[in-house]
Ligand binder design. Structure first.
Ligand SMILES: NC(=O)C1=CN([C@@H]2O[C@H](COP(=O)(O)OP(=O)(O)OC[C@H]3O[C@@H](n4cnc5c(N)ncnc54)[C@H](O)[C@@H]3O)[C@@H](O)[C@H]2O)C=CC1
Ligand SMILES: O=C(O)[C@@H](O)C(=O)[C@H](O)[C@@H](O)CO
Length: 267
């Protein structure tokens, strides 16, 4: 695979079987996909723009080319339905920043061929990403459903004055995030008791009681948004220079974490 790095959304590697083209902002799309066996679309999160691009690609590519979208949460049935090459299409959703956070969610259209998913999975592994397979589309896929569940309760706790924005973020960065960087929520349960069934026996009533106290979906606006915004700006002023500097610090941390994880993971 030769990765033509245009938008740089995915790491490059050389020598693999498939040629991958990243499509965003390119002038001549036919030239951009020439010879590619895998095309990753990376244009802005705009349904009509993506549909227009995939319609163009549909008229250009042959039956062997995988067409994948980077979309954060646009459903495959909205992106690919009606395309001639729909069996070759799927969402391959990376995570911000994709060059340091390897997860890629593979989300099929109901008509996506299994071989399309298998080829994309193999390619993502080959270029150092960490792909996961969703068996069917769901709004928000898996990552953003989990992320938005956390954001929703984080927002509520801050909005109701239970905890400050800064301390809320510490609950994640110095608490849950320490474990979740290495093991997920299910394995965390498994290890936090004498196995999963033991955990469920010990804590399920408490979990259900707490979950029943969860409130409605926040509006993410008004006084609460202003409160969180002010707190975030005290920590990181929202001018381009401070935001860029903090992202560079974030990326350095993620790079070192990725290196540590590669040293710790059984090869
Ligand atoms: N940025 C990230 O870390 C992640 C992005 N995504 C998804 O990837 C996609 C791209 O996101 P970003 O890179 O943040 O978008 P972006 O807003 O940075 O734009 C991506 C590229 O599209 C080009 N572009 C803008 N308008 C265009 C048009 N009308 N026609 C063709 N190209 C155009 C831009 O020049 C740019 O190179 C979105 O669907 C987003 O949800 C998913 C996960 C992570
Ligand atoms: O946090 C993320 O990376 C994911 O929730 C996303 O899909 C974001 O929307 C991402 O696309 C842009 O930050």
């Amino acid at each position: 695979m030769k990765l033509l790095e245009q938008s740089g959304s995915l790491k490059g590697s050389r020598g693999a079987e498939e040629q991958l083209s990243l499509i965003s902002g390119c002038s001549d799309i036919r030239e951009a996909v020439e010879g590619a066996l895998h095309v990753q679309e990376c244009v802005p999160e705009n349904l009509e723009l993506k549909k227009q691009l995939f319609a163009q690609l549909d008229g250009i590519v042959g039956d062997q080319v995988v067409l994948s979208s980077s979309s954060s949460c646009l459903l495959p049935t909205r992106l690919f339905s009606g395309l001639v090459h729909v069996k070759q299409c799927l969402v391959a959703h990376p995570v911000n920043p994709p060059y340091y956070v390897p997860l890629v969610e593979l989300v099929p259209h109901p008509e996506t061929a299994p071989a399309t998913v298998d080829r994309t999975y193999a390619l993502m592994r080959k270029i150092g990403q960490s792909p996961v397979r969703l068996t069917k589309e769901v709004d928000g896929f898996a990552l953003n459903r989990l992320q938005y569940a956390i954001i929703s309760e984080a927002w509520r706790l801050v909005e109701e004055g239970v905890v400050s924005p800064g301390d809320l973020d510490l609950v994640m960065s110095d608490g849950l995030g320490m474990r979740y960087a290495f093991i997920g929520p299910l394995e965390t349960m498994h290890l936090n008791a004498e196995g999963m069934l033991s955990y469920c026996g010990r804590y399920s009533e408490g979990m259900k009681r707490v979950l029943k106290t969860f409130g409605p979906v926040p509006e993410f606006s008004g006084a609460a948004a202003e409160k969180v915004h002010q707190a975030m700006c005290v920590k990181v002023p929202d001018d381009p220079e401070h935001l860029a500097a903090r992202r560079e610090w974030r990326d350095r941390c993620l790079m070192r974490l990725a290196r540590l994880k590669s040293q710790l993971q059984p090869q």
